[in-house]
Write a protein that binds this ligand. Structure first.
Ligand SMILES: Nc1ncnc2c1ncn2[C@@H]1O[C@H](COP(=O)(O)OP(=O)(O)OP(=O)(O)O)[C@@H](O)[C@H]1O
Ligand SMILES: [Mg+2]
Length: 411
């Protein structure tokens, strides 16, 4: 199998590192190998221990390689999050050179929109066009071929702290791969979970991971806002551990098996036996208390999300409501609580199935890595198209030169 037909996605999360290896097929992609390994070197989505992160990445890659029956991999599409990520909207305007808009006009207007002052310790990860305007016509998605004299663009810019981006890239490289592209995690999750129709209608994707909650707001097919909130499933577990005075692993077990964020009537009479800290006896706690602790954290999270939507004045754009994904979204009754607080429809979002995907992969905790794989295919197709255009340009250049030489020789 040629390495050119293989694509790799790497989701380096706070609780797990997940690798997917897939083969490009004429129409789609086919997953060949999956590797998932606990992650110990990240905090709130950022690398804090290089050695531990490299170890987790390496193990997850090896697992995926073994399953796929592939020995050599070159590069991967890597997800990024962490509360160092800062996103904002910008705009640019340029005159159209030859009346009809071409790729170079589009490139120039995007460059103009990028020309904003960014602190020296930050770099741009994405510049995503939202809409183009040609003279007085607004809402254009692709202006190439249109006639006009003035081209404008609104873009969404994603930036991250340079040292933290470099740490992530370094970890990937030390684990034996190069990072061919770095993609903001909620953009990846949106690709695997949301339909085009939802993105058109107006929807907010909320990916609740272990260390962060990643938000992406879409309207008319464009990304209007994205944000990383440094609060995730681990905070729910820590709250339970502190409130019940139990070890972290016991709190995680209780959250996964009995966790809920709503106090249902029968919860008052339901008691759970919990293993106390070392040296203490097992104790009984009411399910109602567990719900109170987890519910308080969930309320805090949805208050932050509601505030950010209000602050950006985007509440009227969300016709399609909110979609919860990520492992942390699976706490019982979370969509119900969210719907009550956010006053919009809320549902759980699962990644859409494609070739080679097992039912085990159709889990909200795999939304990011599956989206990264789809983004990776998209990037690789775009690169092949660019390479083809370049090859054709080179060929015409060569042809032009040899014609010139021929004319010189003849005349
Ligand atoms: N069934 C479940 N019920 C409740 N919580 C769950 C369930 N399954 C997983 N979780 C929680 O999901 C979180 C991990 O989610 P996920 O795998 O999406 O995070 P991650 O990608 O490793 O982290 P991040 O994206 O924040 O860097 C953990 O806090 C875990 O407790
Ligand atoms: Mg994640």
């Amino acid at each position: 199998m040629s390495t050119k037909s293989v694509i790799v996605a790497l989701d380096i999360g706070t609780t797990k590192v997940c690798t997917l290896i897939a083969q490009k097929t004429p129409k789609n992609i086919e997953i060949l190998g999956v590797g998932s390994h606990p992650s110990h070197g990240l905090k709130k989505g950022s690398v804090v221990n290089i050695e531990k992160t490299v170890e987790s990445i390496r193990t997850s890659i090896e697992e995926a390689k073994l399953m796929a029956g592939i020995d050599e991999l070159e590069s991967a599409t890597v997800g990024i999050a962490g509360n160092h990520i800062f996103c904002f909207n910008s705009s640019g305007v340029v005159p159209v050179k030859n009346k009809e808009i071409n790729q170079s006009d589009v490139d120039r207007v995007i460059e103009a929109a990028k020309a904003v002052l960014i602190p020296s310790d930050r770099e741009i990860l994405h510049v995503i066009p939202q809409e183009f305007k040609v003279d007085n016509t607004v809402g254009i998605k692709n202006p190439i071929g249109m006639c006009g004299s003035r081209l404008e663009v609104n873009v969404h810019i994603v930036t991250g702290k340079t040292p933290l981006i470099h740490n992530l890239v370094k970890c990937v490289e030390q684990a034996g791969l190069t990072a061919n592209s770095i993609i903001l995690q909620p953009i990846a999750s949106s690709r695997s979970v949301l339909s085009q129709e939802e993105k058109e209608l107006g929807v907010v994707l909320i990916d609740i991971g272990g260390g962060t909650t990643d938000v992406a707001l879409w309207k008319e097919g464009s990304l209007l806002h994205s944000q990383i909130i440094p609060l995730g499933g681990n905070h729910f577990t820590n709250d339970l551990a502190v409130a019940l005075k139990i070890p972290h692993n016991e709190a995680e077990k209780i959250k996964l098996t009995h966790g809920t964020v709503l106090r249902e009537p029968k919860a008052k009479e339901t008691y759970l036996t919990v293993q106390g800290l070392s040296g203490t006896r097992p104790r009984e706690v009411s399910l109602s208390f567990v719900a109170e602790v987890l519910g308080a954290r969930a309320e805090e999270l949805f208050t932050v999300i509601k505030d950010l939507v209000l602050e950006k004045n985007l509440q009227d754009q969300i016709t399609g409501g909110f979609v919860l994904t990520g492992g942390g979204a699976l706490i019982k009754n979370l969509p119900e609580l969210a719907e009550y607080q956010l006053e919009k429809p809320v549902k759980l979002g699962y990644p859409q199935a494609f070739g080679g995907m097992t039912t085990a992969m159709q889990h909200p905790k795999f939304s990011t890595v599956l989206g990264l794989l789809q983004e990776s295919q998209h990037v690789s197709e775009a690169r092949s198209r660019e390479e083809k255009v370049q090859e054709e340009t080179d060929m015409f250049d060569k042809l032009g030169k040899s014609m010139k030489n021929l004319f010189k020789e003849i005349f």
